[in-house]
Design a protein around this ligand. Structure first.
Ligand code: BGC
Length: 515
């Protein structure tokens, strides 16, 4: 049984054809529409109450915090009003035990503590000045002392106002049952108040919305950005939708379930929560590896698109595929076995360490895929070293590395093609392609701007090219693919969240004047 043939067979299980991609787009469009009409759908299509994208002239000092993956970030952002900004940042890893704490308070108290340390370190005068004034002034807080804060909280939230929203479910390995259904802004504000910090949670921000805002603030030209997308630990996108298409919002307003919101622009950013696109698996590909990954995850049956596209899962898919190959036919496939060791330039005998991460759930980080898929070193030395370092497989042969590379690339390519499904559907639905081009389709007026962020787009070799290849196969896009400008938007959770805090603070002030 030749290893190369076996590896090709496994790689072929991850093929996602042009026909599949087109089917995917049709279903995505259907689910987008469905989510705008009612709640409780596969893709949540959450109204964010952010009704305009910035144009680069916004100014002021704001704070932002970001909870959404492995780290908690606190920053303050000075917007200069000329598309530029300066930022002060601190970052701490979120202790694993807090991700699955008994109570929400444990997690949010930790977050407030980090904000306190940040203020003491980076805004010492402001912080201690405020404390002194509060103590001498009988507890009253001066409005001008308060930092408006954008809270990037990258989980599905049922948003009922720009700074109010209840948690629908956790994703990405977090699991604190006590927090479900609670207003996450209030949870944070209560802990901030307990520490007497001069901070007001002014806006609740999904990281994709922050990415969209950041991109729109900094991107060249006058074209407002259409879509902000994350392809990182998780995946999701937020886009600019016409207000009159978000019919569930109108219904909620009629029933008095939501407060007032600005309708003047006729648009609102919608957080799709596309990680849960096609949870029933009507069109998504499903290999045995996807299936067992899901079954053994903390949230089986949900985030099914995310489980095929994002960084938290791709390494695990590859690990499962490799393990299945190793165990196939009672171990007859010559993967990581001595048979190939004569080709070895490191040791003589291939050996899988007993305690190898190959045998552990989540044992293989997605960064490994980037390493293997992009390996152009002689004899795939880099991949063989990574196998040794990350999976405890010493003296892997070139054939082993070739098999690993092939399978990693297949999983990465499928992810990029699925990502293209989401981008294409949103571009098509926006109607912006129907506006005739003024030139060859690449001039500023013709561009459809998309901001992206996350480790996959940043580090997986050729992720954008693979997405673009799929875009060109999609009916309704084809050669218009070149009108889609995809740019990295760094710092959605910093500058993006600050921009939303700015918009929200204006709204809060306007409403308190009106009241
Ligand atoms: C969350 C989204 C988030 C995305 C990217 C997903 O797991 O549900 O809210 O935008 O990850 O961080």
């Amino acid at each position: 049984m030749a290893l190369a043939d076996e590896a090709r067979r496994v790689a072929a299980e991850f093929e996602y054809s042009a026909e599949d991609v087109n089917k995917g787009v049709r279903e995505f469009l259907r689910e987008m529409d469905e989510g705008l009409v009612k709640d409780g759908t596969s893709m949540s299509q959450i109204p964010t109450y952010v009704t305009a994208v910035p144009n680069g002239t916004e100014k002021g000092l704001y704070m932002a915090v970001d909870l959404g993956g492995t780290n908690f970030r606190v920053c303050s952002v000075q917007l200069h009003g000329n598309t530029t900004f300066s930022i002060k940042t601190s970052k701490v890893p979120i202790p694993r035990e807090l991700m699955t704490a008994e109570t929400a308070k444990e997690l949010f108290a930790f977050l407030a503590k980090q904000i306190e340390s940040f203020l003491k370190q980076h805004h010492e005068d402001h912080y201690f000045g405020h404390l002194e004034r509060v103590e001498t002034g009988g507890g009253t807080v001066r409005e001008e002392d308060i930092f408006d804060l954008g809270f990037t909280f990258s989980f599905p939230v049922h948003q009922i106002g720009i700074n109010r929203g209840t948690l629908i479910r956790w994703t990405k390995g977090f699991n604190i049952a006590d927090a479900i259904g609670k207003d996450v802004c209030k949870l944070l504000q209560d802990e901030i108040d307990e520490l007497k910090l001069p901070v007001r949670v002014a806006a609740l921000v999904n990281d994709t919305v922050g990415t969209l805002m950041a991109r729109s603030y900094t991107s060249p030209g006058k074209t407002g950005t259409l879509l902000g997308a994350i392809f990182g630990t998780g995946t999701n996108g937020a886009y600019v939708e016409k207000l009159d298409r978000i019919t569930k919002l109108k219904k909620a307003a009629e029933k008095g379930e939501i407060g007032e919101y600005d309708q003047s622009t006729g648009e609102m950013i919608v957080n799709t929560e596309w990680g849960s696109f096609d949870n029933p698996l009507s069109i998504l590909p499903n290999t045995p590896y996807d299936e067992s990954l899901d079954k053994e995850s903390v949230n089986p049956g949900i985030q099914m698109f995310e489980k095929r596209v994002s960084g938290m899962f791709l390494g695990e898919i590859v690990r499962r595929a490799l393990l299945a190959l190793l165990e196939k036919d009672g171990g007859k496939v010559p993967l990581f076995r001595d048979e190939n060791s004569n080709m070895n330039d490191m040791h003589t005998t291939t050996n899988i360490h007993d305690n190898s991460n190959l045998f552990k759930q989540w044992g293989l980080d997605t960064s490994f895929l980037s390493t293997a898929a992009g390996d152009a070193s002689q004899g795939l030395k880099i991949t063989r070293q990574a196998l040794n370092r990350e999976l405890g497989i010493s003296a892997a042969s070139i054939e082993d590395a070739e098999a690993v590379k092939l399978i990693s690339a297949a999983v990465g390519k499928r992810a990029a093609r699925l990502a293209a499904v989401a981008i294409a559907a949103i571009v098509i639905r926006s109607g912006r392609l129907e506006i005739a081009t003024v030139g060859d389709g690449t001039s500023e007026e013709d561009v459809i701007d998309v901001g992206v962020d996350g480790s996959l787009v940043e580090f997986y070799p050729g992720f954008e090219d693979l997405m673009r290849e799929a875009l060109r196969e999609i009916d309704g896009i084809k050669e218009q693919e070149k009108r889609v400008r995809i740019g990295i938007a760094k710092d959605g959770s910093g500058v993006g969240a600050s921009l939303i805090a700015l918009v929200a603070a204006k709204q809060i002030r306007r409403m308190s004047v009106a009241a």
